[in-house]
Design a binder for this molecule. Structure first.
Ligand SMILES: N=C(N)N/N=C1\CCCc2cc(NC(=O)c3cc4cccc([N+](=O)[O-])c4[nH]3)ccc21
Length: 320
């Protein structure tokens, strides 16, 4: 306890470790004044690359952590630092990492994978609408709020995130364009393809949740994992995928497309038939907006009307 920042020690009691990340650890903490249970993520500063990028990376990440506000993004309660570590006080996510759940359960039930995937899409849609690319979406960075299958998920670890620097693009365009590459003008370098990296990662995440194993891996066949990824070559092993619906497989196939300009976007994924599931959406919105406050309920109604309208447009027979 001695190396902890004094203010942290005065406000919280840190107890046992509850999860070990590659870049530090997570401890169970109690807020002295309320006895509330919380998590404290301790990140060693040396985990960030060289000093230069470390401070910039860390600042960006801390900025993002404190700026984002969405039910499916980790929320920081408090923040402290010493010379060698950051101490981030967070809400407790008692379900731990999605990684552990998939590892222990092999593959998730399709309905559970859909509920989690929908929440991940909403979280990433929020980040993208705020000009943030996550760039490191993986099962270790998806936290579950409880041990129950039906639970809230939260995306975390914005260490690789990038805030789309529109400002730097504007500065670039002020200079002489003669040496600038075409993609600088076609937004490929900022808003366009940048966002598509998160869509790919969500495809890998969905594959792992449904299939219980990763689409690309060193141990598969003769190709290196890089070649498998560059060629977009993955196999849906029948024994693992025979119970998975064609619509779910379609979402995976449309996200794991090598050409970013042909890859399904987050918005398109949200419109995909597999996700036009009112029960799942009602469950997700109940988890995301438990207070059921007016604004949230209105948001849900809008979404449901939109879904219903889409259904009618596409000659959807099923009536409520
Ligand atoms: N690396 C980086 N630069 N930023 N990373 C970050 C940014 C700050 C937030 C953050 C939180 C976590 N993880 C948890 O909170 C967590 C894991 C966990 C496992 C079991 C139980 C509980 N729990 O019962 O709470 C758990 N909470 C992992 C990485 C990061």
């Amino acid at each position: 306890q001695s190396s902890l920042p004094k203010e942290l020690r005065e406000k919280y009691v840190l107890t046992r470790g509850i999860g070990t990340g590659v870049c530090g650890e997570v401890k169970l903490a109690f807020e002295r004044s309320t006895c509330r249970k919380l998590a404290v993520k301790i990140i060693n500063k040396k985990n960030f690359k060289s000093e230069g990028t470390a401070t910039r990376n860390a600042k960006t990440e801390i900025e993002i952590l404190q700026r984002v506000d969405h039910p499916c993004l980790i929320k920081t309660e408090d923040f402290y630092q010493t010379d060698d570590s950051y101490y981030i006080v967070l809400e407790l996510m008692e379900g731990g990492e999605l990684f552990q759940k998939v590892k222990s359960q092999q593959q998730l039930k399709e309905s559970v994978a859909k509920l989690y995937f929908y929440q991940m899409l909403k979280a990433v849609q929020y980040l993208h609408s705020n000009g943030i690319i996550h760039r490191d979406l993986k099962p270790e960075n998806i936290l579950l709020s409880s041990q129950e299958d039906v639970c809230l998920i939260k995306v975390t670890d914005f260490n690789q995130s990038r805030i789309l620097e529109e400002a730097s693009l504007m500065r670039t365009l002020c200079g002489t364009p003669s040496y600038l590459a075409p993609e600088v003008f076609t937004h490929a370098s900022t808003t366009g393809y940048g966002l598509a990296v998160d869509a790919w990662s969500l495809g890998v995440l969905l594959f792992v949740c449904l299939g219980g194993y990763p689409p690309f891996h060193e141990s598969f066949g003769h190709q290196s994992i890089t070649d498998q990824i560059i060629r977009g070559e993955f196999t849906m092993v029948p024994s693992k995928w025979k119970h998975v619906s064609d619509q779910a497989k379609d979402v995976v196939r449309k996200l794991l497309v090598v050409d970013p300009s042909k890859r399904m976007t987050i918005e398109e994924a949200l419109q995909h038939p597999w996700l036009q599931d009112r029960d799942m959406m009602d469950t997700a919105h109940r988890l995301m907006y438990p207070s059921g406050d007016a604004a949230a309920t209105a948001a849900v109604q809008v979404e449901r009307l939109a879904t219903r309208k889409r259904g009618r447009d596409e000659g959807d027979e099923e009536e409520e």
